[in-house]
Design a protein around this ligand. Structure first.
Ligand code: DQQ
Length: 483
């Protein structure tokens, strides 16, 4: 049933069935990429979370591996094995995760066999008996690294009445931890969820990493009922503190690219995955029998503006089939050009555009012949030179129950108004990259003929080149829930 669901992506990773959320323990180990993930194999609902596991040699095709962590029948993780990481402890693969019991989450450790297929929980779990003193909103998710012969760890939290925070700990053996203090604390008193860069009352899935000479502290801003979006600070990590320079949105799709985690692979790249939540209601999700999509793996680099630039890993090009290439052409002001050679629900489209001041370009995907369903990716250049990337989903589905709210964010533009736009369509999963910025979302067209692609222009828009491909399916058969 789950395989026949027309909304199920075919080249994005999804769980064999049931529920998937955060990427966990992403590692490149002995030449193999390991992706673990928050998993409920029993139902498409967030309940008693396990760690699912899949491996890949190329970041494109994936093999399901045995479930890595199952909640205990008793002990500190009896209500779920929540998010965490994998570290190399002198050759021993070691997971650090949040064990959940009731509404309490505490750090736990498990060690793995050399092939990372079987895991043994440490009898001493939890390895930290209680959160630091204070009135905290939560205490979970882990970022662990080695520094000067010591292990360091960040745990996400929030201080009531103050804001989200990341607590810093130190250890010699990953088992006994000394509390150092908060690495950084946000200020929840300034701003609201509507600002889209409000840092929330809790920081989920903190991730500290360095690219070139910039330290990045990424986190998922959370607030009960209102806020779920990924942000990052640029700044300087040193000693026991992080000195922030700027705060930025990591993906304009908000909850559709949540709880991202990064790793450095053997090629020295910073590779990131995030979780694409569902935009349909709970009944439809439970009915479908599967939910949650892992983003395509992305390479994260530092752009010339000092901010993160994102793009799918180049390996993905292996799935490209049936190339369509157009030469340069201009789209006349006020017209719409249907690209008849490019149609489908598994597409990779790259287009280089040039926008005059005041111009707007709309790339339409998943359009029915009568236009009753259509999803619009829009790049706009204002007269003052500022750019906006926008996703319009109001006509993306005739199903009134799915989320069709727009998404938007700043599009950096140089003086000539060039926009390098890439749109990857995989059934309900949509990943958009424009001049390094990312916007991820879900769409649920109801009609099987919602396959059309076209370009519309307002003002002077030149297409310098357009390349499009059909994308081959990676997942197209039934998979066992418990491999
Ligand atoms: N998901 C996990 C938590 C994390 C949240 C639970 C983020 O560990 O804080 O499945 O989506």
């Amino acid at each position: 049933r789950a395989v026949l669901d027309p909304h199920r992506p075919r080249f994005h990773f999804t769980a064999p069935g049931g529920w998937l959320n955060d990427p966990n323990g992403m590692t490149h180990w002995d030449g193999v990429y390991h992706l673990f993930y928050q998993y409920n194999p029993l139902a498409a609902a967030h309940h008693r979370i396990h760690w699912g596991h899949a491996t890949s040699r190329d970041l494109v095709t994936w093999t399901d591996e045995p479930v890595a962590l199952v909640p205990g029948t008793d002990g500190p993780d009896r209500d779920g094995c929540w998010s965490g990481v994998l570290v190399d402890d002198g050759g021993t693969p070691t997971l650090v995760y949040s064990g959940r019991h009731g509404d309490r989450e505490l750090p736990c450790v498990a060690t793995g066999s050399p092939d990372l297929r079987s895991w043994r929980k440490d009898p001493a779990n939890p390895v930290i008996a209680a959160p630091p003193e204070g009135d905290l909103t939560a205490f979970r998710d882990h970022c662990v690294w080695q520094e000067d012969g010591m292990w360091r760890q960040l745990i996400g939290s929030g201080i009531q009445g103050v804001g989200g925070t990341a607590f810093l700990y130190e250890s010699e053996d990953l088992r006994s931890w000394r509390y150092v203090g908060p690495l950084l604390t946000g200020d929840a008193s300034t701003g609201t969820a509507a600002d889209l860069d409000w840092t929330g009352t809790m920081w989920e899935c903190v991730d500290l990493f360095r690219i070139d000479d910039a330290d990045i502290l990424a986190f998922s801003a959370w607030d009960e009922g209102t806020t779920h979006y990924p942000l990052y600070w640029t700044g300087q990590y040193g000693g026991d503190t992080f000195t922030p320079r700027g705060l930025h949105r990591l993906d304009y799709g908000q909850q559709y690219f949540y709880a991202p985690q990064t790793t450095r692979d053997a090629l020295g790249r910073r590779v990131m995955f995030g979780w694409l939540q569902e935009g349909r209601d709970e009944d439809a999700t439970v009915d479908a029998g599967w939910c949650g999509v892992m983003s395509l793996p992305r390479v994260v680099t530092l752009g010339a503006d000092g901010l993160l630039a994102q793009a799918p890993v180049p390996e993905l090009a292996r799935l490209r089939r049936d190339a369509v290439r157009t030469g340069a052409f201009a789209v006349t002001d006020g017209t719409y050009v249907r690209l008849d050679d490019v149609r489908g629900d598994q597409l990779d489209i790259e287009v280089t555009l040039r926008l005059a001041p005041g111009a707007v370009v709309r790339l339409v995907v998943r359009e029915t012949p009568d236009g009753s369903e259509r999803t619009v990716v829009e790049a706009a250049r204002a007269e003052d030179g500022t750019g906006t990337l926008r996703l319009r989903r109001e006509a993306s589905s005739l199903d009134p129950a799915v989320d069709t709210e727009p998404r938007y964010g700043e599009l950096p533009l140089t003086g000539d108004g060039t926009v390098d736009l890439r749109v990857v369509v995989d059934h309900s999963a949509l990943e958009i990259f424009a001049n390094g910025r990312a916007l991820t979302a879900r769409i649920y067209p109801t009609r099987p003929d919602a396959l059309g692609v076209g370009i519309a222009a307002v003002g002077a828009v030149a297409v310098e080149r357009l390349d499009a491909w059909q994308m081959a399916a990676v997942f197209d058969g039934p998979r066992p829930l418990w491999p």
